[in-house]
Write a protein of this length. Structure first.
Ligand code: NAP
Length: 311
C-alpha cells in the first residue's frame, strides 16, 4: 500500500516551497510534486528586487534554489511528475500523475500559471527559434541583435530592461499608448536609450525560414499593417512575449470552485473541499508576487496542520 502523506503539495514555486518549509518544519510528512523544474514563473525572472531580504542582484533561480534547499532541510520530500487527475473528496485525497499515484490527508494546490501566448500564426512554429517567454533563459542568444518585447505590464518592461544588457535595441510593442507597468519601472525604461516603444500595436503574424526573420504588426487604431523585417546582416531578431499568465486549473474544473480561471479560496487558503487548499498565483487574489505566494503557502500549511490534527 502506498504511503499516505500528511500533506501533498502540487507545485514547487514560491507558494509550494513555502508550504513545504512550514509543513516540514511542523513535522508533517510532506511530498512536493513538481511537473518539471522548481521555481514556477519566478525562474523566468532575471532580477528580483522586491522580495524582502533578497540579495543584491538576486535572480529568480538563485532565490528559488535557497527556498528548495530550505524545504528539503525541513524534511519535505520531492518528486517530479505531472498530475493529470485528482480525487479530492473524502478523507484520503488521491493525485494521479503520469508516473504514479500519490495519497495524502491534505492537498495544497500551488501549481501557478503559465505564460499567455499571443495566439497568432507562426508563434508556435517559431517558439525557441526566435520567440521566447523567458528573457533570463534566452537573452544571451540575442547579444548585439535587435529584439522586440510584446506587452506593457511590469513583466514586459522589467524584462525589456534586462534585455538591454544583451540586445543592441529593444522595442516594446504595446496594444495601447500607455504602459500598464508601475511608474518606477516605466521611468527606468523611458530613461534607457536602448528602449523604444511601438504603441497601439499587436502582433498579427510571425514569419521565418527555420528561425524568425519578420513579423507583421497591426496598428489597432488605424488598422494599418506593417511588416518588421530583420536587419540584412542579422537575418533574425528576438520576440519576447510577456502579456500575462494563465492559471493551470483545468484538472480542477467541476471539482473546485473556479472564478475567471482561478481557484477560489477564503483568507485561510481553504477551497470548497475540506483539507484542500490553494496558494499562490493559481488562486483569486489581488496581488500576484513572490512575497504573497510565499505567504499563501505558509498559511495553507498551517491550516493543513490544524486539519490533520482533527483527523
Ligand atoms: P499584466 O500586468 O497582466 O500585464 C499584461 C500586459 O500584456 C498588459 O500591458 C496587457 O495590455 C498586455 N496584454 C494582455 N493580453 C494581451 C494580448 N492578447 N495582446 C497584446 N497585449 C496583451 O501581466 P504581467 O506584467 O506579467 O504582471 C503580472 C503580475 O505580476 C502583475 O500583478 C504585476 O504587477 C506583477 N509583477 C510585478 C513585478 C514587480 O513588482 N517588480 C514584476 C513583474 C510582475 P493592457 O495593459 O492593455 O491590458
Amino acid at each position: 500500500m502506498s504511503k499516505v502523506y500528511d500533506v501533498l503539495i502540487i507545485g514547487a514555486g514560491p507558494a509550494g516551497l513555502s508550504a513545504g518549509i512550514y509543513a516540514g518544519r511542523a513535522r508533517l510528512s510532506t511530498l512536493i510534486i513538481e511537473k518539471e523544474k522548481d521555481g514556477g514563473q519566478i525562474v523566468l525572472t532575471s532580477e528580483v528586487e522586491n522580495y524582502p531580504g533578497c540579495l543584491e542582484g538576486e535572480s529568480g533561480p538563485t532565490l528559488v534554489d535557497r527556498m528548495s534547499d530550505q524545504a528539503k532541510h525541513f524534511g519535505a520530500e520531492k518528486v517530479y511528475d505531472e498530475i493529470v487527475e485528482v480525487k479530492l473528496e473524502g478523507k484520503e485525497k488521491v493525485l494521479i500523475g503520469k508516473k504514479g499515484e500519490y495519497k495524502g490527508k491534505t492537498v495544497i494546490i500551488a501549481n501557478g500559471a503559465t505564460s499567455k501566448p499571443i495566439g497568432c500564426p507562426g508563434e508556435k512554429t517559431f517558439t525557441g527559434k526566435g520567440v521566447s517567454y523567458c528573457a533570463t533563459c534566452d537573452a544571451a542568444f540575442f547579444e548585439d541583435f535587435e529584439v522586440f518585447v510584446v506587452g506593457g505590464g511590469d513583466t514586459a518592461v522589467e524584462e525589456a530592461l534586462y534585455l538591454t544588457k544583451f540586445a543592441r535595441k529593444v522595442s516594446i510593442i504595446h496594444r495601447r499608448d500607455e504602459l500598464r507597468a508601475a511608474k518606477s519601472i516605466r521611468a527606468k525604461a523611458e530613461a534607457n536609450p536602448k528602449v523604444h516603444f511601438i504603441w497601439d500595436s499587436v502582433v498579427k503574424e510571425i514569419k521565418g525560414d527555420g528561425i524568425v526573420n519578420s513579423m507583421v504588426i497591426e496598428n489597432v487604431k488605424t488598422k494599418e499593417l506593417t511588416e518588421l523585417v530583420a536587419d540584412e546582416d542579422d537575418m533574425t531578431f528576438g520576440i519576447f512575449v510577456f502579456i500575462g499568465y494563465e492559471p493551470k486549473t483545468k484538472i480542477f474544473e467541476g471539482i473546485l470552485d473556479i472564478e475567471k480561471g482561478y481557484l477560489v479560496t477564503d483568507e485561510n487558503m481553504k477551497t470548497n473541499i475540506e483539507g484542500v487548499y490553494a496558494a499562490g498565483d493559481i488562486r483569486v487574489k489581488s496581488l500576484r508576487q513572490v512575497v504573497t505566494a510565499a505567504a499563501d503557502g505558509a498559511i495553507a500549511a498551517v491550516q493543513a496542520e490544524k486539519y490533520v490534527e482533527t483527523l
